[in-house]
Design a protein around this ligand. Structure first.
Ligand SMILES: [Ca+2]
Ligand SMILES: [Ca+2]
Length: 89
């Protein structure tokens, strides 16, 4: 029974962290998206150097790597995919 409780606690804890992580990314994305069109441009990223220094977008050329469909903008899906890909290392 103790074992079961421990497993349950771990499952609860990890889903809570995953949720918090998504929340954090969404918040970051919203702050960077100045014109609220749900996509990030290079200009928007450049306008927030203090914010992006804690993301994977800080390095040069990262914008082009994140822009999977090469439309010149990073949408939320691309943003999350890029952030999670690199921080999962
Ligand atoms: Ca935008
Ligand atoms: Ca794109």
């Amino acid at each position: 029974m103790k074992m079961l409780l421990a497993v349950f606690a771990i499952v609860l804890f990890s889903s809570a962290t995953a949720f918090a992580e998504n929340d954090r990314l969404q918040e970051q994305f919203n702050k960077l998206d100045d014109n609220k069109d749900n996509t990030l441009t290079q200009a928007e990223l450049r306008a927030h150097p203090a914010l992006i220094q804690y993301t994977n977008f800080y390095s040069r050329g990262s914008f082009f790597m994140a822009d999977i469909n090469k439309d010149g903008q990073v949408d939320y899906k691309e943003f999350v995919a890029y952030e999670e890909d690199i921080s999962a290392e």
